[in-house]
Each structure stands twice: as structure tokens, then as C-alpha cells.
Design a protein around this ligand. Structure first.
Ligand code: ATP
Ligand code: MG
Length: 380
């Protein structure tokens, strides 16, 4: 058991990456009396707006990350794309949670998939692609349609391309910049779900209700919780995620994205060693938000209650809604069950996550319908 003393309020949490996840973590941390020092290339980033201290620099800049570490009692992340080698250096100055080894396993899709294979965890068939010859070999092993994904730095489907039977696969790989990649069989899933859990430094685990996710144009569109899934499948999904968190010796919040097949089989899509978009419903629906839970875990504190008091639906607000200026928020604010979250991003670009709405309603079918109605009304 790790006997590092817990951090007490007044201590500073260093956050590498200043996006919306860091922002909501900062809000939770500051409510609990902690201070926040964030690293981001933009001082006005979503997290910077709620931080005590901002270090301006890129996420691969060691000198900037060291500055954050020198000012912090613990360093954590709002993205898995901070190089693990940099985190190793930061860990010489102050504790990094989750550990750099967790990031090393997760931030490269090929390493992550090898880890899952070694653990015997089910996933889509895959093969590495590092050269035209390897692409040929991968295509021989994995029937198309398939998805080619860059090994590093992807999010919201970026760095991915779908390969159709008979298409020019080499041209497709070139069109995403010929990065080291993995080829993945297209999974005929009937549903996508995710498990959000928190693991403390002493190994204690708290698992949130299973979330069901719908993506649009490769971006998460809606999450509903609890996912309307038979108990046996749900329990298998939760157990699968727990074993992964334990095998990684993860500390903090973690999300495991899963594909559900028609026969009930569950395949791991990917692991995120951090708070997750599909866990936003915990803010409003649950006793402890995923953000507070992450702060507690990385500070060495006991975890909070992960129980939900209500069903909930989350719908993402994407930059396209700003095409004609500020959306008419009164449609959201007029609904008593709706909570509006905006991330303070200064540029509402198409495809960019700008905020989300959480609808608190035990009737999640109704909440999903409301979510679609709201998005239509905001799209003026
Ligand atoms: P994010 O970080 O936003 O979760 P990402 O860029 O890491 O996204 P993935 O999770 O790999 O991307 O894929 C995004 C979505 O694309 C998945 O949630 C799923 O809807 C679809 N997808 C990805 N891989 C496959 C696959 N092998 N078969 C079928 N659909 C897939
Ligand atoms: Mg994903």
C-alpha cells in the first residue's frame, strides 16, 4: 500500500493541458480549497480561466512542465497526449498521477492494444502499420471495411480513416500523413458504452453507472446513464473496466470505451486514463462528480460516493451551433432539468467541443428526445 500522506487543502495541483476537462477539475479542486497551476499554450485556455497560476508552453516542452512541477505538490493531466518520457522527468520533481507508466501504455494505440492482448482482454482484430509493406500485410490479415488509426495524438476521430474494400489503402494512409498507425477491423456494434471509474492510491475503486454513447461524425453526441443494458452484460462491462484499472495500477479517474456486439460480447475500444466526456453526467446526477473524484484520487484522499440520484442524458454542444452567433440559451435555461456547461473557449470552430447540456431525468428516453429538440432549437 502506498503510504504517501494525502495532500491537504491549500496544496497546489499541477495540470498539464488546459482544456475543458482541466477546467472542470479546477472548479472541483478550488471548491475543495486546493490551488491550480496549469500548463497550456494559451493563458486564456478553459482551465486557465479558473487557475491560480498559468505556465504558458506546449505540452511537449520539458522546461515548462518542470516549472509547473516545481510549483505543485502533485501533477496530473487533462489529456493523455503528454509524452510519457517528459512525465518521467517531471516525476523526479514531484509525484505524477496517474504514473508515467500508465500514460506510456495508453498514449500509443499499438502499445495499448498489446497490453490488452497480453491481459487477454477482447478487442477488435488489429495489426500495426509502419510501412507500405506492413500495410500490405495488415490488409491481408484484417478484412475491409477497416479503420486506420494513427498510433498517437488522436481524438474525436482525428488521424483516422476508414478503408473500404477495393479502395487505395496506401493513398488513404498518405492522406492522414503516413503516421505510425494501427489497422483495426470495423466492429458491427449494436451499442457503444463506457465505464467511468476512479481508483485511489490505496487501490480502492468506485465505479459509476454504465454510460451509453452515441457518436456523430466521430464526435461524442449523447451519453445516457444508466445504459439500458441487461444486468449480466452491464456487470461484465463494469468488471472488465475494473480489471484494466487494476492491471495498470491506475490512480485517478479512468474511462474504458466498449463496443457491445449483438451476441452480448464486449470489445474494448480504447482506454482513457483521465476524466472523460461520457462522464460529464456525473456532474448533477451523482453524489461525487468525476472531477472531484479525480482530485481526491490524485491527492491521496478517500474517494467519494459514486452513486447516481437520477438518470441523466448529456448532449455535447459543438462549434457548428455558433455559425450564426451565440445560440439562444434561453431554450436550455427554461428547462428545470437542464444544466448548461460552457467551456469559455474563445473560438467556436466547427467540430470543436464548446460545452454540453446535462438533462436530469429518470426517463432517459424522454431526456434523449429533449436533447435532440434542444440541439435543433440552438441551431438557428
Ligand atoms: P475520442 O478520443 O473522442 O474517444 P478517438 O479519436 O480516440 O476518439 P476512437 O474512440 O478510436 O477515436 O473512435 C471514435 C469513434 O469511431 C468510436 O467511438 C466509434 O463510434 C467509431 N469507431 C472507432 N473504431 C471503430 C471500429 N473499429 N469499428 C467501428 N467503429 C469504430
Ligand atoms: Mg474514443
Amino acid at each position: 500500500m502506498n503510504r504517501t500522506p494525502p495532500l491537504v487543502p491549500g496544496a497546489t495541483l499541477g495540470v498539464l493541458g488546459g482544456g475543458q476537462l482541466g477546467r472542470m477539475m479546477a472548479l472541483a479542486a478550488r471548491r475543495m480549497g486546493f490551488r491550480i497551476c496549469v500548463l497550456d499554450r494559451d493563458a486564456r485556455c478553459p482551465t486557465g480561466q479558473f487557475a491560480d497560476d498559468v505556465v504558458v508552453g506546449t505540452l511537449d516542452d520539458l522546461a515548462s512542465a518542470r516549472t509547473v512541477a516545481e510549483r505543485s505538490a502533485v501533477v496530473t493531466l487533462d489529456t493523455e497526449h503528454v509524452p510519457a518520457e517528459l512525465l518521467e522527468q517531471v516525476a523526479a520533481i514531484c509525484p505524477v498521477r496517474p504514473a508515467p507508466s500508465v500514460l506510456a501504455t495508453i498514449q500509443d494505440r499499438a502499445v495499448q492494444k498489446r497490453f490488452l492482448d497480453a491481459q487477454g482482454r477482447p478487442q477488435a482484430r488489429w495489426a500495426p502499420v509502419g510501412s507500405p509493406a506492413e500495410l500490405e500485410a495488415a490488409l491481408a490479415a484484417i478484412p475491409r471495411p477497416a479503420i486506420l488509426k494513427a498510433r498517437r495524438a488522436g481524438y474525436d476521430g482525428k488521424g483516422q480513416i476508414r478503408l473500404e474494400p477495393g479502395g487505395d489503402a496506401l493513398a488513404a494512409w498518405r492522406s492522414i500523413g503516413e503516421p505510425p498507425a494501427v489497422l483495426e477491423a470495423l466492429v458491427p456494434f449494436v451499442r457503444e458504452v463506457s465505464v467511468i471509474l476512479a481508483r485511489a492510491m490505496d487501490g480502492e475503486l468506485r465505479v459509476y453507472p454504465l454510460a451509453e454513447n452515441v457518436h456523430r461524425r466521430h464526435i461524442l453526441h449523447t451519453t445516457r446513464a444508466p445504459a439500458p443494458m441487461p444486468d449480466e452484460r452491464r456487470d461484465r462491462a463494469l468488471a472488465l473496466a475494473r480489471t484494466i484499472a487494476v492491471a495498470l495500477d491506475h490512480v485517478g479517474v479512468m474511462a474504458v470505451e466498449l463496443f457491445e456486439l449483438a451476441d452480448g460480447a464486449l470489445l474494448v475500444n480504447e482506454i482513457a486514463p483521465r476524466t472523460h466526456n461520457s462522464g460529464h453526467y456525473t456532474y448533477g446526477a451523482c453524489a461525487t462528480t468525476q472531477f472531484e473524484q479525480h482530485v481526491r484520487a490524485v491527492c491521496g484522499l478517500p474517494l467519494g460516493d459514486a452513486r447516481a440520484f437520477t438518470g441523466a442524458v448529456m448532449v455535447n454542444l459543438i462549434g457548428d451551433l455558433w455559425a450564426n452567433g451565440e445560440p439562444p440559451w434561453q431554450h436550455v435555461l427554461a428547462r428545470p432539468e437542464a444544466r448548461l456547461h460552457l467551456y469559455g473557449k474563445l473560438l467556436p470552430a466547427p467540430g470543436r467541443k464548446m460545452g454540453h447540456v446535462v438533462l436530469l431525468d429518470d426517463d432517459t428516453d424522454r431526456a434523449l428526445a429533449t436533447a435532440e429538440d434542444l440541439v435543433a432549437r440552438l441551431q438557428t
